[in-house]
Design a protein around this ligand. Structure first.
Ligand SMILES: [Zn+2]
Ligand SMILES: [Zn+2]
Length: 157
């Protein structure tokens, strides 16, 4: 039971990590890694135009997160400290969610059309909130750095 809580906590914590990393690191001193993810914004003028565009330097951030998760899982298994395995699994699950939502659902980098068109109101709001960061109408839109947690004004259809 404690382990499941640790997994959920690690998952939720990763949204905080993703938000703070995006705000302070990616748009800070590691802008060189994140830049190409925004440079292609021009191409994303219309949602229909979004296509798989190969790899971005921005993808390096997946490695940055995968490495601690892998180390936690391997060490946890090696030393039978299973709480480490669950924390590693929480980080991995978040990474998977982030990839499916951010890279497949929003940016359509994989050809999985059934994930592009969604009836779910929450997912539609997630897409709207993230695209506001890419194509901001004002500073408040641009300042939306989270993925799953965002201001409730984006729920408005
Ligand atoms: Zn950004
Ligand atoms: Zn994006």
């Amino acid at each position: 039971m404690l382990n499941i809580l640790l997994l959920v906590a690690a998952y939720l914590f990763m949204e905080f990590v993703a938000w703070s990393n995006h705000k302070y690191v990616m748009h800070g001193f590691l802008w060189v890694w994140h830049k190409d993810h925004h440079i292609i914004d021009q191409k994303k003028a219309r949602l229909e135009d979004l296509e798989f565009s190969g790899f971005e330097k921005n993808d390096l951030f997946f490695l940055v997160y995968a490495i601690p998760a892998i180390i936690l899982i391997i060490c946890g298994l090696a030393f039978s400290i299973f709480s480490m395995v669950y924390i590693g699994a929480g980080i991995t699950l978040y990474g998977f969610t982030y990839f499916m939502i951010h890279d497949v659902m929003i940016h359509r980098r994989l050809n999985l059309p059934f994930l592009w068109n969604h009836q779910n109101r929450f997912f539609r709001s997630v897409v709207r909130a993230h695209l506001a960061h890419h194509r901001p109408k004002n500073k408040k839109d641009f300042d939306n750095f989270g993925l799953l947690v965002f201001p409730k004004r984006y729920f408005k259809e």
